[in-house]
Ligand binder design. Structure first.
Ligand code: ZN
Length: 106
């Protein structure tokens, strides 16, 4: 699989992965920051606040631009300016992925 495509999967539901990371970066604004800098997460509601799976499935928001496009090096990719620039070019400037909606069960 293309490494950019592989890495893109880690920009969502990445709470546990980012907790295991030393450095994080944003594919949208190309900022590098520490996992501790992330203060915004999406995915929890009042209904699942205490659900450990829901907590681990949270998605990080970039502390700089608010995008849900954060990668941590815990995903196995080296997070640096060059890698983020390639991700940014691939996903935000040229070939933004539009995820298909889940098909209703037939
Ligand atoms: Zn950002």
């Amino acid at each position: 699989m293309n490494e950019l495509l592989a890495a893109y999967r880690y920009t969502t539901n990445n709470f546990a992965q980012i907790g295991a990371s030393k450095v994080c970066g944003c594919c949208n604004c190309v900022a590098l920051f520490k996992p501790d800098d992330i203060v915004g997460w999406t995915g929890l509601t009042l209904q699942n606040l205490d659900d450990p799976k829901a907590i681990n499935d949270q998605t990080a928001m970039c502390p700089h631009c608010g995008s849900e496009a954060v990668l941590g090096d815990g995903c196995g990719f080296a997070i640096n300016a060059n890698f983020l620039a390639r991700m940014n070019e691939a996903w935000f400037q040229r070939t933004m992925i539009h995820r298909p909606k889940p098909k209703p069960a037939a």
